[in-house]
Design a protein around this ligand. Structure first.
Ligand code: 8GT
Ligand code: MN
Length: 549
């Protein structure tokens, strides 16, 4: 996911306290566990030997800790076991010793790692008789949160201010998508697909409000953890944003396995033409409608013929934009060039190729400037097997914001990649956003280069080289983690993250930073966990931010 992206390397002018670090030692009782379970649990404990928030309700004395496996039960803080009976446990651990430890089930480790927090051990006590001891001996013995708190955390406050409100817990019933864990594939993926067709159609027809309400409904269904059945409809009707109309469509799906409107749209010639037109870079919904309605175009062949005669004039930039944008000799991707590259650009990118592209970009960057850090964001970071493009956030520990250094690094990299034949076209230029950046007119002020990339010819293999979309985002170190959060998506998650920050925290979140509205105080998180903590949000793993489709 990231190459040498360690928060410790990042110096930042933040005045937030550095979390103190300690270690929670784990001992695994192997009895009653399969070899597969054992290896899974070992790798969870080891792989995630990372800083975790010490409790969900990390309060003013926010702490962080590392998990560490230890070879002896005596040294352990927490003992993990599948054994549920005293007699059986005593074969492995002395009962008096057991009473001094927290004795939990393997679920505790799985959930704690997933949520990056030492969860309350009492909730996972392996033996009923030892529950009280487990509660008392848990390295974090705070009670659970009541889930009702809103924004603010220790990190969010200036040193002098005390705060009391806890991190808000994530749950599928939450009003905000950034507090609803959404897996890549949910139990009701078929319904999500049917709603996706209606949403897309509304978007193509310029009915943005309706599109957004389908988008919201989709994100709520993505988070719903049960397979929908008639008996669940009552519960579903109480989920946020599910009104009469959505409910009747959901119930249609539950009863018939499909939604009539989705079927009709999917079969319509207009929907198919507009959908196809908007796959061309530079053609948004409004242009697609114009091509269909005014010029009577229906197919890609029609578009090719049309643009052979009517290539729109090249983009014009205001002087201000011109001064801000990354300048490069690489040609702008025109609609005609976009049409020519259409088949390539519409082909999905497998993860292995994403990694390869990232390696090439970072290899070239290393030659320009040693010690850069990067993280692949977007759908790849959310766990998608195939991506439409590759998004990489880049920084260097010595860059200073507000100077031209960040832009300079971006320019140097894009130019180098162009000279070496890796970048064939660019399309972004500051202030210009891809057509699908949707209604969010102002995402952020980071430097970014939206480009077309091609892998070098591979002498050993005759495979076809495919043009790929590559987005490079350049941030100063203090904006690195907000850039990563802001570009990981999904879009609905991002939308609600911004809304949450604004409504619940009186803060402004965007990829370039977090600002408190009342006094414009800026926060500079040193990890993505800190981004969530500053906003008083429970951590959600990137693979659970798939709220869109
Ligand atoms: P995909 O690439 O496989 O289609 O999936 P994706 O990686 O989720 O979509 P994307 O279109 O590449 O966008 C990645 C994320 O970046 C989106 O979730 C969106 O929130 C965000 N994003 C844009 N444009 C911009 C932008 O101009 N600024 C910022 N900060 N974020 C943006 O799509
Ligand atoms: Mn992407």
């Amino acid at each position: 996911m990231s190459s040498n992206s360690s928060s410790e390397c990042l110096s930042s002018p933040s005045d937030t306290p550095i979390p103190t670090s300690d270690v929670v030692k784990l001992y695994l009782v192997q009895a009653k566990l399969t070899a597969q379970d054992i290896s899974e649990l070992f790798s969870l404990a080891e792989k995630h030997n990372l800083r975790v928030s010490k409790s969900l309700n990390a309060g003013p004395n926010h702490d962080s800790t590392k998990l560490q496996l230890c070879p002896s039960s005596e040294d352990a803080d927490i003992i993990i076991t599948n054994v549920r009976m005293r007699k059986r446990l005593e074969r492995h651990i002395d009962w008096n010793l057991a009473k001094e430890k927290a004795i939990v089930t393997p679920e505790w480790l799985r959930d704690s790692v997933q949520q990056r927090a030492i969860l309350p051990c009492g909730d996972y006590a392996a033996l009923r008789e030892l529950k009280q001891n487990t509660v008392q001996n848990c390295p974090d013995s705070d009670d659970d949160t009541d889930g009702g708190g809103s924004c603010v955390s220790s990190l969010a406050q200036p040193d002098s201010e005390k705060l009391s409100e806890p991190t808000t817990k994530a749950h599928y019933t939450n009003r905000y998508a950034c507090l609803r864990p959404c897996p890549l594939v949910c139990p009701n993926q078929g319904l999500v697909k049917q709603f996706g067709i209606i949403r897309r159609s509304r978007e193509l027809e310029g009915k943005d409000t309706s599109a957004l309400s389908y988008e919201r409904t989709i994100s709520v269904i993505k988070a719903y953890p049960h397979t929908l059945t008639a008996s669940r409809l009552a519960e579903v009707s109480k989920l946020p944003g599910i009104g009469e109309k959505m409910l009747s469509k959901i119930s249609e799906y539950v009863n018939y396995g499909k939604i009539r409107e989705s079927q009709t749209i999917a079969a319509s010639a207009r929907f198919n033409s507009l959908s196809e037109f908007t796959t061309i870079y530079g053609i948004g919904a409004a242009t697609a409608r114009k091509l269909f309605d005014t010029f009577g175009l229906r197919t890609i062949a029609d578009l090719e013929e049309h643009y052979a005669r009517h290539e729109p004039p090249p983009q014009r930039f205001s002087d201000e934009e011109q001064a801000r944008r990354i300048t490069t000799p690489a040609p702008l991707l025109s609609i005609r060039a976009g049409l020519a590259l259409r088949e390539d650009l519409n082909e999905k990118i497998p993860r292995a190729e994403v990694d390869l592209m990232h390696d090439i970009v970072m290899g070239e960057l290393e030659k320009l400037r040693q010690g850069c850090m990067s993280t692949i964001v977007g759908g790849y970071r959310r766990g998608k097997a195939e991506s439409n493009d590759v998004d990489i956030v880049i920084t260097h520990p010595t860059l200073t914001s507000g100077s031209d250094q960040v832009k300079g690094l971006g320019e140097a990299l894009v130019n180098r990649l162009y000279e070496r034949g890796f970048i064939t076209h660019v399309m972004h230029l500051s202030g210009f956003h891809p057509p699908d950046a949707l209604r969010t007119s102002h995402w952020d002020t980071l430097e970014k280069a939206l480009t077309v990339f091609i892998l070098p010819p591979d002498a050993g293999s005759p495979r076809r080289r495919i043009h790929r979309r590559l987005d490079l985002i350049f941030a100063a170190p203090e904006a690195y983690w907000t850039a990563i959060t802001g570009w990981t998506g999904s879009k609905m998650f991002e939308r609600d993250l911004r809304l949450w920050a604004k409504v619940e925290c009186s803060m402004k979140f965007d990829s370039s930073g977090i600002t408190r509205r009342r006094d414009s105080k800026r926060y500079f998180p040193r990890s993505e966990q800190e981004v969530f903590e500053i906003l008083g949000l429970e951590w959600i793993d990137p693979t659970l931010r798939n709220a869109d489709s």
